[in-house]
Design a binder for this molecule. Sequence first.
Ligand SMILES: N[C@@H](CCC(=O)N[C@@H](CS)C(=O)NCC(=O)O)C(=O)O
Ligand SMILES: [Fe+2]
Length: 356
Amino acid sequence: MIFRQLFDPASSTYTYLLGDPASGEALLIDPVYEHVPRDLALLQELGLRLKATLDTHVHADHVTGAWRLRQRCGSAIALAEAVGAADVNRPLRHGERVAFGQRHLAVRATPGHTSGCLTYVLDDESMAFTGDSLLIRGCGRTDFQGGSPQQLFASVREQILTLPDACLLYPAHDYRGITVTSVAEERRFNPRLGGDVDLGDFAGYMNNLNLPHPKLMAIAVPANLRCGKPENAAPLEETPDWAPLTLRFSGVWEIEPMALLEHAATLQIVDVREAPEFIDRLGHLPDAKLVPLSQLVDRLGELDRERPVVAVCRSGVRSAQASVLLTKAGFGRVANLAGGMLRWKAEGLPVASGSV
Ligand SMILES: N[C@@H](CCC(=O)N[C@@H](CS)C(=O)NCC(=O)O)C(=O)O
Ligand SMILES: [Fe+2]
């Protein structure tokens, strides 16, 4: 199985990608609205097709990427039926399964942090995604959205800590950067729910947390009850419109050789190789300006900030770094030529060979 743990530093949220290599089908658990382009780039690079997104609950601290992902790739939106959210494709109940290829997640109702919390357990019980029902050496708060210490205590003790000792537990958040725990560990060491703790101890602890509400709660809860669909405004679309570009999981925007040829007249092309390479057997793009990568930062004044920039090198590696430097220097429209001069030449596109 393909498995990735992704992170949103703004809300300390983990998003999980599960993929079945045989069928190419994938699920995303708890995607974050702002990271949809990143998640799509990863799916594309791993050759996976997103079948569904599953939220563990109605989050109070970030907006889900579920609706935005469905818009982009047709994935089904899965969420607890108990939540009553609008526009859900798969309202989930305890005991149901969500399949991806030959694999599946089993749905367990684990209310208590909110009334609609679910835990997703992998078919072989080697992993479970606990949302905020069980955090690493902690648990989600119980003071809003129908939360209840009594319910959370029963959910964790009966539905999560009864999984096999070795079952790995992946939470929706960790505020210290810890990534994973196990049933055996939490049964023994969870200071709120493990060891000899009883319901009275737990409720006493939870009723006196005195935490401020999450900063984004007033925005996030209503947005998540619409599965992350923006209320009025056009959805945030981060795909640049100055040329057809593809975001790579590395964070760099790429342009294909043919697209660059079509848009060359409106762009500035910066070749970041060394001077002798510019006139070697690969040649260079007819309109390219030579600025070796080692000189780029000192020569930014030679570039027009009003026009998009495409960086080019031999293979696309140095120019990817040039794109990063240009973006850091405040250039807003930057892309890297995919595959560099090697691909440009291999595709038989026009080259110039004269000197600088
Ligand atoms: N400072 C965070 C607070 C986040 C928060 O309250 N998180 C909830 C999960 S949605 C929680 O249960 N936290 C447990 C804890 O902080 O002990 C924010 O403003 O977003
Ligand atoms: Fe939460």
